[in-house]
Design a protein around this ligand. Structure first.
Ligand code: HEC
Ligand code: HEC
Length: 159
């Protein structure tokens, strides 16, 4: 019983931080970081729904203007991994675009609503997909508001 209660308390305490900790899920195939982390951050699977991941993985030869094709076995392995660790579509909203973009989900937009168009266009950012421009510890799966650095090294201040 005691164990149950403390587990419950730990879960409650942990919840507010859940949104800013998005590590690559344990058991990720090595190909995930090697292939999907070679041109950009290996994006956290939880930021797109399973349906959207399926669409991303179905069009790797036309990948946002690039060719990210894989052999069939690796493609299937990564698709399984991504779909298994996907986020829920009702929480995220759909990543409009073809292929879908996690930066176009309503959840991403809501979390980033305070960012001005000028900041998105800053050449040090270049694209909303360039997570590390503002989240220096994104590679480690950390998106905490305390670690945000905006372009130019300015720390993000909250009022
Ligand atoms: C050859 C380089 C390359 C490889 C390999 C690659 N990508 Fe990409 N990816 C891109 C480019 C370029 C973009 C567009 C980035 C932008 O708009 O700034 C992109 C964008 C994305 C986006 C959309 C980001 C957004 O704006 O929301 C997702 C999702 C994505 N990639 C997933 C993957 C996955 C999964 C893999 C592995 C199967 C992968 N990528 C491998 C080049 C690559
Ligand atoms: C131009 C800077 C910038 C870029 C680029 C950016 N973010 Fe953010 N991100 C922010 C800011 C600012 C916040 C809001 C922090 C706050 O006040 O809680 C935020 C919040 C978040 C949160 C919510 C954290 C929480 O505590 O709930 C996540 C998750 C996140 N970003 C992921 C990403 C991912 C993934 C990418 C790349 C696809 C990305 N961000 C690109 C600036 C950026």
């Amino acid at each position: 019983m005691k164990r149950y209660v403390s587990l419950f308390a730990a879960t409650l305490l942990a919840s507010p931080a859940l949104a800013d900790r998005l590590p690559i899920p344990a058991g990720a195939p090595p190909a995930f970081k090697a292939e999907c982390g070679s041109c950009h951050l290996a994006f956290p699977p939880a930021l797109l729904s399973a349906d959207d991941w399926r669409r991303v993985m179905a069009g790797l030869d036309k990948h946002y203007g690039d060719n990210a094709s894989l052999d069939d076995k690796t493609r299937r392995q990564l698709e399984d991994f991504l779909m298994h660790n996907a986020g829920s579509s009702w929480k995220l909203g759909s990543g409009g675009g073809d292929p879908p973009r996690l930066t176009l989900t309503s959840r991403f937009q809501r979390k980033h609503r305070e960012i001005t168009p000028a900041t998105w266009k800053d050449k040090r950012v270049g694209s909303a997909a360039n997570c590390v421009a503002c989240h220096p510890r994104a590679e480690a799966g950390s998106f905490s508001e305390h670690e945000i650095t905006m372009p130019g090294g300015r720390r993000h201040e909250r009022d």
